[in-house]
Ligand binder design. Structure first.
Ligand code: ADP
Ligand code: MG
Length: 394
């Protein structure tokens, strides 16, 4: 078990806090403040327990001097201040005397946000290559380190992994919740364990399939991804999504795991996205048609496989859910899961938006907020940001 924020006495402590405040910003305006809101719980906990918070975060990528302006964290400090209902100090420097002066004047209950950690990437990629001199410098600003940035746990950077070498450290509420929820599904030993995969490209998901197919009882494949599998089985797929380079991979999976793999038996197709939709069996797709959703027989087949399921992981929608005409397959699967209270984890950015759009997110066991990081965890990889955190003494 990793140490978490609740294992520390925060009273009169300067807490160096890594947050994921990497929000979309256009012309200095924040387009979506979800990540700032998500970080409030840990920040408020620090302040309520008598500490001060010195916050580090990256924003976008910094490759050239020009990237600095559009990836300036200053607007985030303003929004954070509004959401916290208190002043948020901002240091325009990522190191130096002025920053140190601000830190030394901090009172407990104060919040200081430091400029984008990736400004240090201009200076020899110090942040992204986990430069230890930089990590040690940042560590010198605080008494302890809390990592609340779940979205970057799959990266080993100075501001998340490096700092751990120099300060007592623990996880914030966000990553702790994410990891314990994902572990609770992955390490649970109850069966049937059903995995449902969809979305766009097979190649993005190969490592996830490789890991989960070993552990699950059934792997149901829908979405755009299914057509490469159907083509590998010899079906005509018309102009449906095809991931040519993954055809051989799909053939191997079909041969090796025929008893676990469940593919669509019908689809909703049309000649283009705006055309009239038709339901067609998999052996009936014309050369000029495109499959946009799983059909009603496949929905029934998938629901049948979900009967008695004890745990489910979903990654990728069953169709082009953004279009009302092709959201029914995805919605029918979610309805079945919520009606039958099946313990279900949803991972992936588009999957999470499809749940929010088509279903009631609160009825799911967990909707992961991480994109890349959750996929890497489902691949069975260790996350460097988590591994770097100290273990709890038993
Ligand atoms: P996630 O972000 O959850 O990992 P992906 O990024 O792999 O999911 O895929 C999501 C996208 O796949 C969605 O934008 C959805 O519209 C698209 N998609 C799903 N099924 C199809 C299909 N049959 N044809 C085209 N696009 C599809
Ligand atoms: Mg996606």
């Amino acid at each position: 078990m990793k140490k978490t924020i609740v294992d520390f006495d925060l009273n009169s402590k300067r807490v160096l806090l890594r947050c994921d405040l990497n929000v979309p910003i256009k012309d200095g305006k924040i387009l979506d403040d979800t990540r700032i809101r998500a970080s409030l719980k840990t920040i408020n906990y620090i302040l309520d327990n008598g500490g001060s918070a010195i916050i580090l975060s990256h924003l976008g990528k910094i490759k050239t001097e020009e990237d600095k302006e559009k990836n300036n964290l200053y607007p985030v400090s303003i929004r954070l201040s509004e959401l916290l209902g208190r002043e948020v100090l901002f240091s325009n420097d990522t190191r130096g005397v002025e920053l140190e002066n601000m830190v030394s004047k901090l009172k407990f209950g104060d919040v200081l946000l430091i400029q984008n950690t990736r400004y240090e990437d201009l200076n020899g990629e110090k942040e992204s290559s986990c430069d230890l001199e930089l990590a040690k410098y940042w560590a010198s600003l605080g008494d302890l380190f809390i990592n609340d940035a779940y979205g970057t746990m799959h990266r080993a950077h100075a501001s998340n992994v490096g700092i751990c070498k120099y300060l007592p450290n623990g996880l914030g509420f966000l990553p702790n919740e994410e990891i314990s929820k994902i572990d609770s599904i992955m390490k649970d030993t109850t069966h049937p364990f059903i995995v449902i995969m969809g979305g766009a490209k097979v190649s993005d998901k190969i490592k996830v399939i490789n890991n989960l197919i070993l552990k699950c009882d059934k792997l149901l494949i829908g979405g755009g991804m299914a057509y490469t599998f159907l083509k590998a089985k010899g079906f005509e797929i018309g102009k449906s999504l095809l991931d040519e380079e993954s055809l051989d991979y799909c053939k191997r999976i079909i041969e090796k795991y025929s008893s676990k793999l469940v593919l669509p038996i019908d689809n909703v197709v049309s000649v283009d996205e705006d055309g009239e939709p038709f339901e067609k069996n998999v052996d009936d797709i014309n050369v000029d048609e495109i499959g946009f959703d799983i059909g009603p027989k496949t929905v029934k087949l998938f629901q049948d496989k979900l009967k008695d399921a004890k745990r489910v992981i979903i990654n990728g929608p069953m169709g082009l859910f953004e279009n009302e005409k092709y959201c029914h397959g995805t919605k029918a699967i979610y309805d079945y899961i919520t009606t039958n209270n099946i313990k279900t984890l949803v991972g992936g950015g588009d999957s999470a938006s499809s749940v929010n759009k088509l279903s009631d997110a609160s009825k799911f066991y967990h909707i992961s907020t991480g994109g890349g990081v959750t996929l890497e965890y489902l691949e069975g990889k260790d996350l460097p940001g988590i591994s770097a955190i100290d273990e709890k003494e038993e």
